[in-house]
Design a binder for this molecule. Sequence first.
Ligand code: 4AD
Ligand code: MG
Length: 468
Amino acid sequence: MKRIEIKKLLDGSANVAIGSTICVKGWVRTKRGNKNVAFIALNDGSTILNLQIVIDPTQVDEELMKKITTGACIGAVGTLVESQGAGQSVEMQAQSLELYGTADPETYPLQKKGHSMEFLREIGHLRMRTNTFGAVCRIRHEMAYAIHTFFHQKGFYYFHTPLITASDCEGAGEMFQVTTMDLNNLPKKEDGSIDYEQDFFGKQTSLTVSGQLEGELGATALGSIYTFGPTFRAENSNTPRHLAEFWMVEPEMAFYDLDDLTALEEEFIKFCVKWALDHCKDDLDFLNKMIDKGLIERLQSVISTDFVRLPYTEAITILEEAVAKGHKFEFPVYWGVDLASEHERFLVEEHFKKPVIMVDYPKEIKAFYMKQNADGKTVQGTDVLFPQIGEIIGGSVREEDYDKLMTRINELNIPMKDMWWYLDTRRYGTCPHAGFGLGFERLILFVTGMANIRDVIPFPRTPKTAEF
Ligand code: 4AD
Ligand code: MG
C-alpha cells in the first residue's frame, strides 16, 4: 500500500475520507499505554506534528510491540478516524504494523528528554530527527524556495558562478586553496617559490569567498541576476555568526543606484520573512514556544516597519553621543573605525529599535570594487544590520569608472594578472550597477530564533570541525 505523508493527512490535502484504510511510515517519537491500549506518536519528517496511532496490543505480536521503541522505524496500516483527544483532527486505528528498523534504547542517543545544542552537534547525523532541527531544516527549505520565487517573480535570472576561482573578491585573503599537488613534494621554481603551473589548473586556485565578480559579468549582460550557492571563508572566527562554509544569495543589477539597492535589500528580506510567517506556521509556533518566545512577534515587526537608512558618519555621531552620556563600549568609537558588533547592536537594538541599513562607509574599511563618493573619503557600501544577528547583508554600488577602479586597485596593491576579465566590464559598455550578498544562514538564524549559526545548517564547517 502506498504511504501517505502525515502532513497531508493532518492538513487535509491528502483528501482521505474518515474510515478509509491508509498506510503511514515514519519514526517513533514515543510509545505509551497499557495492556489494553497503546499509543504511538509517529513522525515522518513531513511536518513537526505527529500522527497518533492507536493500537490494540492483543492484536499485535508481543515481541514486535517490544521492539517498537523511541527512534524505531515502522510502517502502519489502519483506519483513519477522528481523533478522540485534543490537539489534532485525525488519528489512526492500527490494523497491522511493520518494523523496518529498531533503535536500541540502551544506545540510541535521542531519547525523550531535551538535549543541549552542544550535545546535538556531536550527533549531527541524527539531530535532524529532533523537533527543533526538523523545524530548522523545513524552514531552510522554504527560505530557499522563497528566494528563488522572489527573484524569479522580479525577472532576475539565476546565474551560476564558479566555486573554484583564482580571484579573491573580498581581498581579505581568507581563501581555502584548491590543489592536486603533493603537499609533501611541491614542485618549485628556480627562485624557490611553488610552481603552480604544474598544478591542476596551471595556476593557484581557491574556493570562492563570493560569486560577486562573476555575478557582475552576468548583470552586465543579462540585466539582473542572482547567485545562490555555497561560499567558503578560511577566517578563524569562532563565533555564533561565522561558518567556514556558508550559503550566500548574491543579486547583481545593472542600472541600480544606492536608493534602488537599499530598496531591494529591504523588499527582499521582508518577502522572505513574510514567506516564513505564511508557510512555516507549525514550525514557527514550535520554535516560538521552545526556543525563543519573542520570535513571531519579532518577525511580524520586521515586515511592518521601515528600515532606517543611516550614513556611517551619522552612526559615529550617535555612538559618540552615547559614549559621552556614559554608555560603555569595549572597543573605541571614532570616524574610520570598522564598527564592532556591539556598536551595530546598540544602533539597531537600543537606539533605533529596528533594522538599519548603513550606507557610505569610509573607503579604507571596504572592498576595492565599491563606488567612490565625491567626498573622496567614503564609498557607496551598504550593510543591513538586524536585531540579534548584526550584519545580515553586505553590498554596494560598484565603481563603474575604469580609471577610478584602477587607481583604487593600485592603491591596494591587488594583483591584477588574474582580473583582466573583470576590468573588461569597465572597458566595454560599462554601466552603473549594484548588488549585495545575503548570508543565508544569518537569515535562517533570524527566522528561526536559533542562537548559533552551527544549528541552522545541517552539517556546519567551522575551525577544527568537519565531522559528518
Ligand atoms: O559582507 P560580505 O563579505 O560581502 C560580500 O561577500 C560581497 N561580495 C557580497 C556582494 O556584494 N555580492 O558577505 C555578505 C554576507 C554578510 O553580510 C553575511 O551575512 C554573510 O555574507 N557572511 C557570512 N555568513 C556566515 N559565515 C561567514 N563566515 C560569513 N561571512 C559573511
Ligand atoms: Mg560584510
